[in-house]
Design a protein around this ligand. Structure first.
Ligand code: GLP
Length: 240
């Protein structure tokens, strides 16, 4: 794992932007694996600013998102599909038909997981962006998820519901389950870019990088990826 330590969130976002931009420039039809959460927002703002200023085009770019809450769709502002449109897609020239995410309102969960796995096999990610959950989760793969798992429905850990409740009006509104790409789908990406910032991620960053490769820390699987870049600000890197 290549590790880049930055002074702050701003510099972390800038370095991440440089990597994403080089993927887009090398292949204007690239498949970008994208993530939600607060961590990638600085990067997304830089992609938008660059598109507006320099005209970098996303017309032929395809995207696959990591996860979505069960029961939520575009009509719900807490859904990840809404998050992606509002924070990125609506500001780029991307064709929404080329953007993919699990359907939180699917009638048949198993069929939805199969659909998403088939899609990911057809269009493997040229790069997969990841944030890091405070309990070591990547996407919504909670501790204990077998590394061989593909897209599935997960019951969210209590700590995740608590962490994510800051984005909902009431903790009761946080869905208890979600669709998520599995560790196996994430590891098929040609390149992985994981970002973390802030002191509250320091312990988890250290377990991911220096801990045993173990399903108790889902992010530790990234130690096995041949091309994984971790960009952390110095607060999140404090225990490395
Ligand atoms: C959620 C998402 C993850 C994300 C994590 C960290 O649980 N499913 O993909 O990485 O939160 O979020 P944040 O970036 O807000 O710290």
């Amino acid at each position: 794992m290549e590790i880049i330590i930055t002074n702050d969130y701003e510099e972390m976002s800038e370095k991440a932007f440089e990597i994403i931009l080089s993927v887009v420039k090398d292949n204007p039809q690239a498949v970008l694996g994208l993530a939600t959460g607060t961590t990638p927002l600085g990067l997304y703002n830089k992609m938008i600013a660059d598109h507006k200023l320099n005209g970098t085009s996303y017309k032929l770019i395809k995207t696959v998102n990591l996860d979505e809450y069960v029961g939520l769709d575009i009509n719900n502002k807490q859904s990840y599909v809404y998050f992606m449109r509002k924070n990125l897609f609506d500001e780029l020239d991307i064709d929404l038909k080329n953007t993919n995410i699990e359907n939180g309102k699917a009638d048949d969960a198993e069929a939805e997981c199969n659909r998403y796995n088939a899609l990911l096999k057809q269009m493997p990610q040229d790069i997969q962006l990841l944030g890091l959950g405070s309990n070591g989760h990547i996407a919504f793969n909670e501790p204990g998820t077998p590394f061989s798992t593909e897209t599935h429905v997960v019951q969210l850990a209590e700590s995740t519901i608590k962490d994510n409740s800051r984005l909902f009006e009431r903790i009761e509104d946080v869905p208890s389950s979600a669709y998520t790409m599995g560790p196996k789908n994430i590891m098929t990406a040609k390149k992985i870019l994981i970002l973390a910032s802030g002191a509250n991620k320091a312990q988890t960053v250290n377990s991911m990088v220096n801990g045993e490769i173990n399903e108790k820390c889902p992010a530790s699987i990234l130690q096995l990826h041949p091309d994984c870049v971790l960009i952390v600000d110095k607060e999140a890197a404090a225990l490395l």
